[in-house]
Design a protein. Structure first.
Length: 119
């Protein structure tokens, strides 16, 4: 199993970025996927999660209305569209594979992609 993230970078406050995470070595459409982030000195936190078929989506409160998680099972890819970015969104972002179609136990992680929001 391999998860490969891309799309991070430096963006000004109020800007947008789209993160992508491609999954390899497993049946992507059979598992829930999620995005997490970890800022320096802080614990890793769940940002957004989506079930295997995309029917159930959850967000942490701080990103509701600004971030959108989606998936394309034909491309084995999960996305995180991040809009109206704030300096406090600065963190390393990781995608993770769940161990089931809808569960919150994660068994594989990507290497992370850095998002920096600064003027």
């Amino acid at each position: 199993v391999q998860l490969v993230e891309s799309g991070g970078g430096l963006v000004q406050p109020g800007g947008s970025l789209r993160l992508s995470c491609a999954g390899f070595g497993f049946t992507f459409s059979s598992y829930a996927m999620s995005w997490h982030r970890q800022a320096p000195g802080k614990e890793r936190e769940l940002v957004a999660a989506i079930t295997s078929g995309g029917g159930i989506i959850n967000y942490t409160d701080s990103v509701k209305g600004r971030f959108i998680i989606s998936r394309d099972n034909a491309k084995n890819t999960v996305y995180l569209q991040m809009n109206s970015l704030k300096p406090e969104d600065t963190a390393a972002y990781y995608c993770a594979k769940s161990s089931s179609r809808w569960g919150s136990r994660y068994d594989y992680w990507g290497q992370g992609t850095q998002v920096t929001v600064a003027s």
